[in-house]
Design a protein around this ligand. Sequence first.
Ligand code: NAP
Length: 265
Amino acid sequence: MERKDDGRLEGRTAIVTGSTYGIGEAIAKVLSSEGAISIITGRTEKEGERVAEEIKTAGGSAEYHHLNVTDEEEVAEVTRAVYEKYGRIDILVNNAGIGGPSKPTHEYTREEWERVFDVNVTGAFLCSKNVIPYMKKGGGGNIVYISSIYGIVGSQDNPAYHATKAANRIMAKTGANIYAKDKIRVNSVHPGFIWTPLVEDFLKDQSEKLGVAIEDLRSELDAAHPIGHIGEPEDIAYGVLYLVSDEAKFVTGTELIIDGGYTSR
Ligand code: NAP
């Protein structure tokens, strides 16, 4: 994705959690194509360095930091390092997330349940908690929680995932209320199914359990979206770009659904 001149996010620093691949990678690339300095984070160094290099090759600015969002010390270290280097943190996208086991509630162990909460809820909390003081020092900022359509409607899959994504939705609304006076806008984005390693793994798991071919499951998933197919990571990234740009200066506490019509039924 080529870097544009005079981008909408010129010189702003953007931390995108879980941007080593999947939706986070696309978000980091779209933000840097509009002039942001993208801070690529995640646990897979090789992939993080790849994303940062690809952004730089396209004329943008990026650097990779190892970050496990459940490690409070590491979150504090990375946010401090970014602030000390750039003097500001303008954007945080809480994107890192896991699906967790797809099975009914009564079959979940407490450990499995807490693992999903640890990454999807506590991880997002820790990142917001550490970034907000820097945003306040800088006179404002933008936080986006990547929730899901599963934070809005129920299904027969992943009960822990549903609960965490609903938590992300309300974390954004609460943050919007608390930090409006500090000029920090907080919003959530709710993707429908997007083709990434997370969905690929989910379909593999379902295929083994149900004995149905992955291609058939993929067709079913496509048909569940009125638009006729599942989405691409960039579909979500452009929604995030809008929310963190000045064009959305009156937008806070909102939930942007990008789902090919899935929840419109
Ligand atoms: P993905 O392909 O599995 O990518 C997940 C990203 O999160 C990776 O960069 C991974 O990096 C990172 N991550 C996982 N655990 C982490 C941890 N403990 N600390 C830091 N980073 C961690 O998933 P995706 O589909 O892109 O999903 C991204 C977000 O969108 C998630 O919050 C997901 O719930 C949400 N979402 C996805 C869909 C979909 O259909 N794909 C739909 C709705 C919502 P490392 O492995 O390098 O750490």
